[in-house]
Design a protein around this ligand. Structure first.
Ligand code: CP
Ligand code: NVA
Length: 307
């Protein structure tokens, strides 16, 4: 049976730990893995722009001895030029796996259903699992442990927030989400995260107060106020989210050794000020680097059965 990587809700804590162990192994002994994807071609299909996801997958596949095939939004025109199912069935005849960035999460699910090859979610409107796995790996490296860490997510209850809710709750990280009214994360995601947290003995909480969430936090995480596809709402959102900016005042409520995280791209002077994102607590470029390492492990986890 092929394995997909679409949502962090489908991964167990043990599988996440296995991917982190594999990440360390690949980092330490890259030579051993330089042919892990030999003879394999991986499609990179993007409906939206990308810097980190596109480049880190392209370079990572190449470092593992595989062949990346990038298809831009215009080239594939997913769901318009032909049905998603026909595109998935065709690509399954050429490729060994696909990384897919779509507007609609359902498109990734539909593609995966029709495809005979593993499908990796490279961001949808609902989740960003590769990002969050790299982020949890980064927290573990910085703080040396995960269980009992308190992470405050401040901002839009979006794709990044959803994957954080799943990932943190599975790994025993306490997560406090602060969003403006009507911009909260999906209720079912919060409900599922609460169940995972119960098993991992951690906490999930939701508030409309950024101050309340950041109090005594080990990690402060934020993301853009208007995600890709919602840019036209930015003027309205600037007003609604003003209180949720990661400012010097807001971080003063966190623990003294807090780390600041952002998946990037950042909109400086909106969700975060320069002083914080460029300051000594920021680990945003470690996060970006770890995309490369963790995604190589995800590829080996899904495809490198012989290693
Ligand atoms: N964080 C992230 O996924 O960045 P890109 O949109 O540039 O890929
Ligand atoms: N929430 C953002 C994340 C970008 C990596 C978006 O979807 O645009």
């Amino acid at each position: 049976m092929k394995k997909d990587f679409i949502s962090l809700k489908d991964l167990s804590a043990q599988e996440i730990e296995k991917i982190f162990g594999l990440t360390d192994k690949i980092k330490k002994n890259s030579q051993k893995f330089s042919q892990a994807l030999e003879g394999k071609s991986i499609g990179l299909i993007f409906q939206k722009p990308s810097n980190r996801t596109r480049v880190s997958f392209d370079v990572g596949i190449w470092q593992l001895g595989g062949h990346p095939v990038y298809l831009s939004p215009e080239e594939i025109d997913l769901g318009k030029r032909e049905t998603i199912s026909d595109a998935a069935k065709t690509l399954s005849r050429y490729l060994d796996a696909v990384v897919l960035r779509t507007f609609l999460h359902q498109d990734i699910i539909d593609f995966a259903k029709a495809a005979a090859i593993p499908v990796i979610n490279g961001l949808s409107d609902f989740e960003h699992p590769c990002q969050i796995l790299a982020d949890i790996y980064t927290i573990n490296k910085k703080k040396k442990y995960l269980k009992g860490i308190t992470l405050a997510y401040v901002g839009d209850g979006n794709n990044v927030c959803h994957s954080l809710l799943f990932g943190a709750s599975k790994m025993g990280i306490n997560i406090k989400v602060a969003c403006p009214k009507n911009y909260e994360p999906n209720k079912e995601v919060v409900g599922a995260a609460k169940k995972f947290a119960k098993k991992a003995r951690s906490l999930v909480s939701l508030t409309n107060s950024a101050k309340e969430a950041t109090k005594d936090a080990d990690v402060i995480y934020t993301d853009v106020w208007a995600s890709m596809g919602k840019e036209h709402e930015i003027e309205e959102r600037k007003k609604v989210f003003a209180e949720f900016q990661v400012s010097s005042r807001l971080v003063s409520y966190a623990k003294k050794d807090f780390i600041f995280m952002h998946c990037l791209p950042a909109h400086r002077s909106q969700e975060v000020i320069d002083e914080i994102i460029d300051g000594k607590h920021s680990v945003v470029f470690e996060q970006a680097e770890n995309r490369l390492h963790v995604q190589k492990a995800i590829l080996v986890f899904l495809l490198g059965e012989r290693l």
